[in-house]
Design a protein around this ligand. Structure first.
Ligand SMILES: [Zn+2]
Length: 220
């Protein structure tokens, strides 16, 4: 069984409820911690142990940019999972120097099932949610005018709603920072934000036909 530390904002209620329900159904060793109180955690608290996985829940009401590097440097061997609402992609500016998986989700039952599968994979020792089974998808860098089309100019709220789309996972490499990681998002979403460097990218899903290239056998 793996140990997970879950970091969230003291102001966040939505994700706390969402994850608490999921965690009730699995046998996992987990510890909740708020960003706001992390620096004051004492040496003999549960946080003095070494986790296998770090979950960072991002909330639009909280800027946790100061705490992220501190937390990552304290637990250098843990995998890093970042969870955030698709609605807040532009409103949250936090970035992570280390990133293993980025999950852009909606608070829905379908996403609760998907996140449950991720967490269930930690029940068995040395088992991890495998991105190697997920297809590789190419990303194209987006320019500012294109990015702005997706978000409200005053509030930053996204203008798209893929809350009823299926959840899916990909392997990606960011064209800006060259970091490779697992990306999980609704199938119909075309836009993503790299949580390593903060840049916006567009998913370029290729059809099997488009991916076909002539082989040497086709040559005369
Ligand atoms: Zn990047």
């Amino acid at each position: 069984m793996k140990k997970i530390f879950i970091f969230h904002s003291i102001h966040d209620q939505r994700f706390f409820v969402f994850f608490s329900r999921i965690l009730l159904t699995v046998e996992i060793d987990y510890t909740w911690q708020t960003y706001e109180t992390f620096q004051t955690a004492s040496a003999n608290s549960p946080l003095s142990e070494m986790p296998d996985e770090l979950f960072f829940i991002l909330d639009k009401t909280t800027d946790c940019s100061t705490q992220i590097p501190l937390i990552l440097s304290r637990y250098p061997n843990a995998s890093v999972w970042v969870f955030e609402s698709c609605e807040d992609l532009k409103r949250i500016t936090s970035i992570f120097p280390k990133l293993t998986h980025s999950v852009e989700l909606y608070i829905t039952n379908a996403w609760a099932d998907y996140v449950s599968k991720i967490v269930e994979s930690f029940e068995k020792t040395k088992s991890a949610f495998s991105v190697t089974e997920n297809p590789q998808v190419r990303l194209k860098s987006l320019e500012l005018p294109e990015i702005n089309r997706y978000f409200d100019s005053t509030t930053g709220q996204c203008l798209f709603d893929y809350s009823t789309a299926r959840s899916t996972g990909f392997k990606i490499t960011c064209p800006h920072c060259q970091q490779s990681y697992g990306l999980h998002l609704p199938t119909e979403t075309h836009i993503t934000r790299c949580r390593r460097c903060g840049s916006f990218n567009e998913l370029k899903l290729e059809t099997p036909a488009a991916a076909t290239v002539p082989t040497s056998e086709n040559k005369p």
